[in-house]
Design a protein around this ligand. Structure first.
Ligand code: SAH
Ligand code: F3S
Length: 444
């Protein structure tokens, strides 16, 4: 295919799932854009790429039902190219070609760079094409990355996971841990800052176990804090058993490090934690939280909870409920357990009925919402530093900022404050967003 012919090809990328996928989607858009493709909405696309997630059954079902729909579209538009990238490719591999004849392309998480030539191959050969490399690191640092924000960037520092939480498919889809060398992370962070980025979120399935050529995660954070004009550093996700005193001290010492700490608990019952192979008890977890809060009292803590895991009896669930009430998180993602094939837990019986999972889920969501409401109210009247991200999506005459705890605040202010840090007083809360008033404008 000649370049001018390719120019007219429109590609739509639909991303499901986690931040790592968002980053991969931005890389794919950048690489395709540089190769002459046009990134477009699904309505008039010649190529539809679904960037997929396998973590829960529901995420996969959404992709399967879209594939079904696209099969119908292809009856009237046979030239439409349908492709998959992301975790479902790693999990199902070429098997999906048999089940979905409408599927033309499967691209592994380590093959994103090859997207332009693979699309070309589908067009040329008119057959199903798969490229799924299994070894090496699946991170692409490239200046082609097409970020959705000018000021904020995702920065993956490692891929895969060496933990064996029995419910989780990530070690299957993303493989074992591989860390980027620290000097490459530093170089990429500096490049991003050179492009105007002020806030970076470091990504990894378990960033606490990062080890890039002998540099551990707290040292990496220290290193990145030294980059001038990099104003804020966030990271996700942490595993409780690898969250150390040294990490907590590093957070407490460095005001550039975000005060939002995401520490998945999964269950408040030791019996269930053991069945999940989480490697910690609730007591271990609580000790760590107490220590973190002692060292950095302004940290806002968020978590992940699974309800209805195999064997979860009423008393186990009650223990999780007590844990939520005791830890008092600033936010919690609460999921119903769904069996993932090939995980160790797939051999256990999925014995909690769906309605019970749903009830437990709803009850915890209500409890958590109440806690968040109370915690947020305690911030009212305080003056806080916010990073001004842009205009409020709901009211264009207002700005949207994020506190160091990553809570959203809207307030009146001029457009030229976007990308700066300002001080606002928190006055009210509407739909979980603070309404603030700008104090005297701080000129950077
Ligand atoms: N360390 C990872 C975890 C990935 S999965 C990270 O970067 O966030 C994200 C969350 O999904 C997990 O913490 C867990 O709460 C939930 N999850 C994983 N597998 C699940 C399953 N089989 N059913 C329901 N929820 C699950
Ligand atoms: Fe999954 Fe546990 Fe790793 S939740 S990503 S196996 S830390």
């Amino acid at each position: 295919m000649k370049l001018d012919e390719r120019k007219s090809l429109k590609v739509a990328i639909h991303t499901f799932g986690c931040q790592m996928n968002e980053y991969d989607g931005e890389v794919a858009a950048g690489i395709l854009g540089a190769a002459g493709f046009e990134i477009a909405g699904e309505g008039d696309a010649d190529v539809i790429l679904m960037n997929t997630c396998s973590v829960r059954e529901h995420a996969e079902e959404r992709v399967f039902s879209r594939l079904g729909m696209l099969g119908k579209v292809k009856r009237t538009r046979p030239e439409l190219i349908v492709g998959l990238m992301g975790c479902m490719v790693e999990e199902h591999r070429e098997k999906l070609f048999k089940r979905f004849h409408q599927l033309d392309l499967m691209v592994g998480t380590r093959n994103i760079k090859e997207l332009p030539s693979l699309i070309e191959e589908v067009r040329r050969r008119r057959q199903q094409v798969a490229r799924i490399k299994q070894d090496g690191i699946s991170i692409e640092y490239t200046d082609l990355v097409r970020r959705t924000s000018k000021l904020h960037a995702w920065l993956p520092i490692m891929t895969g996971c060496d933990k064996v939480c029995t419910f989780c498919i990530v070690p299957v889809t993303r493989g074992g841990e591989v860390s980027m060398p620290a000097r490459e992370v530093y170089r990429e962070a500096s490049r991003l800052v050179g492009e105007g980025v002020k806030w970076i979120t470091l990504l990894g399935q378990n960033v606490n176990s990062y080890r890039g050529e002998g540099v551990a995660f707290p040292q990496l954070l220290e290193l990145l804090c030294q980059i001038d004009r990099l104003e804020r550093i966030s990271f996700t996700t942490s595993h409780p058993s690898d969250a150390t005193e040294e990490l907590f001290q590093t957070i407490a010492r460095n005001p550039k490090i975000s005060r939002r700490f995401h520490l998945p608990l999964q269950s408040g019952s030791d019996r269930i934690l053991k069945r999940m192979k989480r490697l910690h008890t609730y007591e271990d977890y609580k000790k760590k939280v107490n220590r973190l809060r002692e060292l950095a009292p302004d940290v806002s803590l968020t978590t992940d909870i699974i309800v209805g895991f195999s064997g979860e009896a009423e008393e186990d669930y009650e223990a999780t409920k007590r844990a939520l009430a005791e830890v008092r998180y600033d936010g919690a993602y609460i999921y119903k357990y769904s069996v993932r094939p090939t995980t160790p837990a797939a051999k256990l019986t999925d014995d909690v009925p769906y309605e019970v999972k749903e009830e437990r889920n709803q009850e915890l969501l209500r409890l958590q919402k109440e806690i968040e409401r109370e915690k947020n109210r305690s911030w009212l009247g305080r003056q806080v530093g916010v990073f001004v991200e842009g205009r409020s999506p709901k009211r264009s005459d207002q700005l949207l900022g994020r506190t160091l705890q990553e809570k959203k605040v809207v307030f009146d202010g001029a457009q030229d404050l976007v990308g700066t840090f300002q001080t606002v007083t928190l006055l009210d809360i509407k739909n979980e967003t603070f309404v603030g008033a700008l104090e005297s404008v701080c000129v950077p």
